[in-house]
Ligand binder design. Sequence first.
Ligand SMILES: [Zn+2]
Length: 377
Amino acid sequence: MAFTFRKKWWAILPLFLVFLGFTYWLIGLIQYRLSVMDVEEYEPISTLKVPEHLLTQAKFPFIDVHNHQFTMPIQNLDKLVKDMDELNMAVMVNLSGFRGKYLERSMENVKEHYSNRFVLFMNIDFELIDDEGWPNETLSMMEDAVKLGVKGLKVYKSLGLTDTDKDGNRIKVDDPRLDPIWAKCRELGIPVLIHTGEPAAFWLPKDKHNERWLELKQYPSRYKDPEKNPTFEAVMEEQHNIFRKHPETKFITAHLGWYGNDLARLGQLLDEMPNVYTELGAVLAELGRQPVTAREWLIQYQDRVMMGKDTYKKEEYYTYFRVLETKDEYFDYYRKRHAHWKMYGLNLPDSVLKKVYYQNALNVIPDIDRALFPIGD
Ligand SMILES: [Zn+2]
């Protein structure tokens, strides 16, 4: 009985495959007839005719305060500097300087070839928090790094989200055991560029109402399950607590502090804490979708915002220039998962552009070569 069944089963296999193929074809046909399409597939070409200003270079030399170059100890910097010249990027801040030998080699490479074009920020290991040598070993490492030429400390988002202490507990951003680090930065005269949390939408249900649904589909691990994570508000509050507790230390909260979608709130924070600055890395699309509000806001907070890009890709800077400098309407952003909406130019005044592009960074990050920028600034 079993034998005959198996025999029959083999006999119907080709038929079954034909049936599957037919079903697949039929589903495609039905979807086409009903105009059903994947959201990733939809790429409408705009029919709007308005003036366009495609910029490939910033109007003023700029400092990118949020960049990552991961092979700096061995990297041939010639090509990168050529790109930078074409973009009018005077100085790049590599936030991934790391520490120890890696940092030393990166610094040697920069000093030997383009000493005034790159700035390095160092990174420290917060999971050493329970070690016997904490905090003194880390503090002396920071001193040595600054002697070597490091101009800032970059704190990754792992602090507050995934870093744990020896008992396996999450290390909060405002853990008092970290206070000596923030105090040391003040003493050394270097700023802290700190990325805390993630876009608030990563905490929201993964459904059709979520603005970052596509990103959560493409990168499911970015979803912040409320069961396993602190809330968005809690982790951001921890960050604000260290800003309040260390008013003499200069902090640059990365990615518009994840309040690019709520500039009024970000403005309140900047009003409350004069030691805090912010930057535009990976959040340009927030400004480009609210050109009226963003323009007014940037004019009001022109002393507190710096140019930053994050992931390095030359052509993507063009969109930054276009949003900040032009008054173009309804044009594309470069990454669909960040923004399924269109950009509008902010048409910022030159005086504000200069502050965002370089003046604010010159004031906060020590010893950048001023000869790279217009005289008098
Ligand atoms: Zn980054």
